[in-house]
Design a protein around this ligand. Structure first.
Ligand SMILES: *Cc1c(COP(=O)(O)O)cnc(C)c1O
Length: 403
């Protein structure tokens, strides 16, 4: 036993006791050792269909794209094709490689907005934007189910925050009627496709609310929708025709876009303000230029992936319909499809059974989801084939008939 643990026995013991409590309630987490390849994933020597990936368009699994990118590095005029593997510094110091400007200009042009700001990750974005923009005269209205990164950002904000009931916009309006006058600015914060239920926020409804209250700003996290929704893959705001009405339109590169990082599309004044005030931009080493160039490479091709988007849409709707037919509650309107089980222990058992049958699905438990709504979360990708979906539905039908 390491000596340090001897000297701080009580402290270490308190952490060990909490881990014991997590284990007892089926809530202990561990880093899984798994290797993915295409639509397959291998874990503990078992190969399974990967139904838990965020590679929604299957681009990360597409070796030919990576090869094309590598070739482009050798052939471009930009400095003999050399792109540094580290920025070595914050963008505010020496880390602002020209790749950043190129990506931000491209994003702004694609969205038809004044500007875009690229950040190190969705977590940096969501934990940094609101603390930069909010002060004591700011009210934040955030959906009860927004992502942990947004909640952490809100915790760092001055001013007041109300978490409204999930998608209850009547509650939002009633708060605004009573309290809007007392604040200089109000942020309504939501995801466009929610991570755990896969349901869609009615963005047009939010835009109507914004029009009625001139101090309202809309903050929409499109982490699960970019690449996947909209004719050009720009997200749900594109599909709903309201890109120009969302003050802070936020996307991430780590999921469908097969890269790393995040971006906010916004007006120029907001970008300039964030560059001056946003601590998770200022006090962190910039993403390596090679990653930024890869994000740009993907963005330039985003339009071309319409076939993948359609395929994903088709198989997702098949799974949703099949699950709904078995009497399951089906909030989802997307490729993220929950199978709500109830207790954590049951969700774990069910996930194990599916894995034994070759379907890699993971249980999602509190505190990620509310108590009593532990679930399996299917996250479909365009790499999956019709025959895979048929097998999944067949297995699921067999399960509900025997239990
Ligand atoms: C994944 C996710 C994030 C975090 O993005 P990263 O780039 O992985 O840090 C933020 N918001 C939502 C809704 C997400 O699903």
């Amino acid at each position: 036993m390491p000596l340090i643990m001897e000297t701080n026995r009580a402290v270490y013991g308190s952490y060990a006791a909490e881990l014991g409590r997590l284990e007892a309630t089926g809530s202990l987490r561990a880093l899984p050792q798994a290797e993915s390849r295409g639509r397959w994933i291998s874990r503990d020597g078992r190969r399974m269909l990967n139904l838990s990936s965020n590679d929604y368009l299957g681009l990360a699994a597409e070796q030919s794209l990576a090869e094309e990118f590598a070739d482009s590095l050798h052939s471009t005029s930009s400095g003999g094709g050399w792109l540094p593997l580290s920025s070595s510094s914050s963008r505010l110091l020496t880390g602002n490689h020209e790749a950043y400007g190129a990506l931000e200009e491209r994003l702004a042009a694609m969205y038809g907005r004044e500007s875009a700001l690229v950040l190190s990750s969705g977590y940096h974005m969501n934990s940094g934007v609101l603390p930069a923009l909010c002060d004591r005269r700011t009210l934040i209205l955030a959906d009860k189910l927004v992502h942990a990164s947004l909640i952490d950002g809100i915790r760092l904000c001055e001013g007041r925050c109300v978490r409204f009931r999930h998608q209850d916009y009547a509650q939002v309006e009633s708060i605004l009627e009573k309290e809007a006058g007392a604040y200089e600015r109000i942020f309504i914060v939501t995801e466009s496709i929610f991570s755990m239920d896969g349901d869609l926020a009615p963005l047009q409804r939010l835009v109507e609310i914004k029009r009625r209250w001139p101090s309202v700003m809309l903050y929409v996290d499109e982490a699960h929708a970019v690449g996947v929704r909209g004719a050009n893959g720009l997200g749900l705001a594109e599909e709903c025709g309201c890109i120009g009405d969302i003050d802070l339109l936020c996307g991430t590169f780590g999921k469908a876009l097969a890269s790393v990082g995040a971006y906010v599309v916004c007006d120029r004044v907001i970008k300039e303000y964030l560059v001056n005030k946003m601590r998770t931009l200022i006090f962190t080493t910039a993403l390596p230029p090679v990653n930024v160039a890869w994000s740009l490479f993907i963005m330039e091709r985003l339009q071309l992936f319409g076939g993948r988007r359609e395929h994903l849409d088709r198989i997702s709707s098949e799974v949703r319909k099949a699950f709904a037919l078995r009497g399951m509650q089906m909030p989802s309107g997307s490729h993220i499809i929950p199978m709500i089980i109830g207790s954590s222990a049951d969700a774990v058992l069910r996930a194990e059974d599916m894995q034994r049958h070759g379907f890699y699905v993971l249980p999602i438990r509190p505190p990620t989801v509310p108590e009593g709504t532990s679930r399996l979360r299917f996250s479909l990708t365009a790499s999956l084939k019709e025959e895979d979906i048929a097998k999944l539905i067949e297995y699921e039908t067999g399960f509900s008939e025997t239990s």
